[in-house]
Design a protein around this ligand. Structure first.
Ligand code: WTA
Length: 653
């Protein structure tokens, strides 16, 4: 119970399994338990120390945090640096040019090995090519590309000359690209002729052309040849990447950037509203992503680290490109789908490169569960020593599946909570220092302040649920929403004055572990109980027949809202009326009778965003038999119609 008498969100479930790090892992870990107290003594000083030790500055900063214009905070504001210098040149100067930066694998099976020296030369050349096209410090460049090596090259080339990149996920439509270009007045697009997706060529350049047609600010389009499909090239405007690179010099001085100059804009779609251009800057961002990458992933010089996210999302920005390269890490990039040519592709990649660290999303793990244990079992995964997850709450049973089938009960799992807006991992275990519990992101990273508030802004005591807030500024925080500072203030800093409102539900258990409960927009109100989706979904996933579940509230005369569940079964299991009954009782017994779903619909798939998050908003529309809302960010549009048909066929009490 909270101090105000009732919880803003109820705490339904309990998890008693605990997983301490092995003595051997803890002894060799980059961070031990003492780091929390050290950071707590002087959290601003902690970040200032990381900035000194992990970043090479042209002009070291004399100030760390400036909160005089809060919530427009700055960090290290009088420092000067270059992010591409930090990711590349300084490693070459230390004799590290021969180390592999990326093992890259294309979907069709082609491979490239790119050393730090290779990447440096390519980045300098492309920086020169962009300059020759008229790109200057502060100009915006849209990178509309898939997972090819030229994407990190283009990001670092922008960083080298002080241009601001905005990566637009390669799977987005021409309209989505055009909206983003218009919002930030982009001058140049870098794209590719086509991209591979499940053996097909997606005509990327054609979409870029369609977008450019609506965007008068576009002066040039640079095209990487990837699929050798036919493309139209407009003379004067369009250029082949390889032509520009042939003549370009591999020497380019890195620009001296101010720590608070923008590094990139990344759009988050939110659910319905206009996308928000999240602005990240240089010095604080690099400091925190380098620190978190090193400590959360316990990075050693010999690691082969694989973050399997898309570079089009913030996870790829921070943990495929900037953090790992700043730390001189060897990474893996895979271009295509996880089931091409078969459902063991990712495990074959881990085996081939002897990956030591693997970081992916719960949605992917649930797909692996659904496909079956035999696919990872075919491969030697013994090189792995650490696993991670990001993007959604992970159901405890999915965590256990990952632990057993991928980690072979040997690898710690770091469940990392953060957002595009936070830039960096914020709530997470440190793998050698924290005992984990399946489904909990555990504790705030050293130096980070987080709390759980009730409706009135009071801290909810341990054992209760409410709204996650961040109580201190942090170096990698967003600085504003591009072109809309008022929206920045109203979205994040209005609900509770002086603290950052994350928009996620959260509870803490009796030991203070944080358990994320999903977006607050999805909270249901059943007979006056405020229920999060996460715990009910996790109860369903705990049943051996279930791979994935989503629940939503639909209006109900008796209870205000009633719980409607959508369930995907594991391979080979058929859903029938008996199973529906069994699952409803299972949830009731496992967590609470108030959480018992009123209806259950079986479905082969759930509507997801392109980054894999379940879109409960559309399931609510289906449950209420409403016209479907905005589906532009939906990855799999057929599925909602299929579910709608099944839902109307399956009326249950
Ligand atoms: C959710 C992704 C629970 C959360 C880096 C957050 C999580 C949103 C976790 C941000 C996690 C991310 N546990 N929920 N470990 N990680 N989320 O901007 O709702 O794509 O607010 O950034 O994802 O998504 P975004």
């Amino acid at each position: 119970m909270s101090t105000s008498g009732r919880d803003a969100i109820e705490n339904l479930s309990r998890e008693d399994r605990v997983f301490p790090p092995s003595a051997a892992f803890a002894a060799a870990a980059a961070a031990g338990p003492g780091i929390y107290a050290e950071a707590e003594k002087d959290w601003v000083g902690f970040w200032a120390k990381q900035a000194r030790e992990r970043v090479t500055w042209f002009t070291p900063p004399t100030v760390a945090l400036d909160d005089s214009k809060a919530p427009f905070f700055t960090w290290f504001a009088d420092g000067e640096l270059n992010v591409s210098y930090n990711c590349l040149d300084r490693h070459l100067e230390n004799g590290g040019g021969g180390k592999v930066a990326y093992h890259w694998e294309g979907e069709p099976g082609d491979m490239r090995t790119i050393t730090y020296a290779d990447l440096h030369a390519e980045v300098c050349k492309f920086a020169n090519a962009l300059s020759d096209l008229g790109v200057r410090k502060g100009d915006r460049v849209a990178l509309y590309m898939g997972m090819i090596p030229e994407l990190p090259v283009a990001m670092l080339a922008c960083a080298r000359i002080g241009a601001v990149h905005t990566v637009v996920f390669g799977g987005f439509s021409a309209d989505a690209l055009a909206d983003r270009i218009q919002d930030s007045s982009v001058k140049v697009i870098v794209t590719q002729d086509g991209s591979w997706r499940r053996g097909n060529v997606v005509p990327q350049k054609a979409s870029a052309d369609a977008a450019a047609g609506k965007c008068p600010t576009i002066e040039h389009i640079v095209v990487v040849r990837r699929c050798a499909n036919e493309v139209a090239m407009e003379p004067g405007r369009d250029h082949w990447y390889h032509d520009l690179m042939t003549g370009a010099s591999p020497v380019r001085e890195p620009a001296r950037m101010n720590a608070e100059d923008p590094l990139y804009i990344l759009y988050t779609s939110g659910t319905t509203a206009k996308p928000k251009g999240i602005v990240h800057t240089q010095g604080g961002y690099l400091t925190q992503v380098a620190t978190s990458h090193a400590l959360v992933f316990d990075i050693k010089p010999t690691d082969v680290y694989w973050c399997a996210a898309d570079i089009g999302w913030v996870t790829g920005h921070s943990y495929i490109v900037y953090g790992p390269l700043a730390n001189h890490t060897t990474g893996i990039i895979y271009e295509g789908a996880p089931d091409m040519p078969d459902k063991d592709r990712l495990w074959s990649i881990i085996e081939r490169y002897k990956a030591t660290i693997f970081y992916t999303a719960p949605t992917a793990i649930r797909a692996f569960m659904k496909w079956g244990d035999e696919f990872p079992a075919k491969h030697d995964l013994s090189s792995l020593r650490l696993l991670g997850t990001v993007g959604e709450p992970i159901n405890p049973e999915a965590w256990m599946w990952y632990h057993r089938n991928i980690g072979h009960e040997r690898c710690p799992i770091v469940d990392t909570w953060w957002q595009t807006e936070t830039g960096s991992i914020m709530i997470t275990p440190l793998p050698g220092a924290v005992t984990t519990k399946p489904g909990s992101a555990t504790f705030p990273f050293p130096g980070i302040g987080a709390d759980v508030f009730d409706e009135e802004g009071k801290s909810v005591p341990f054992g209760g649920g409410g709204y996650l807030v961040l109580t201190r500024p942090w170096p990698a925080m967003l600085r504003t929403i591009y072109g809309d500072p008022d929206r920045y203030v109203s979205t994040y800093w209005k609900r509770y004055p002086g603290v950052y409102f994350a928009g996620d539900g959260c509870k803490r258990d009796d030991e203070g572990y944080f358990w994320l409960l999903g977006r607050v927009d999805d909270v249901m109100n059943v007979s006056g109980h405020r229920l999060s989706t996460t715990e009910i979904e996790s109860a369903l996933v705990a049943h051996p027949a279930v791979a994935e579940a989503a629940v939503v509230g639909r209006s109900d005369e008796l209870t205000g809202e009633a719980i409607a569940a959508f369930v995907t079964l594991r391979a080979g299991i058929k859903g029938d009326a008996d199973l529906i009954k069994e699952l409803r009782n299972f949830v009731s017994e496992k967590i609470s009778p108030i959480a018992r779903p009123k209806s259950i619909v079986f479905t082969d798939d759930l509507p997801k965003t392109r980054s894999g998050k379940i879109m409960r908003r559309l399931l609510r529309d289906i449950s209420e038999q409403r016209q479907l809302g905005d589906v532009t960010t939906l990855a799999n549009s057929d599925v909602v119609h299929a579910i709608a048909d099944m839902a109307s066929a399956a009326k249950q009490d």
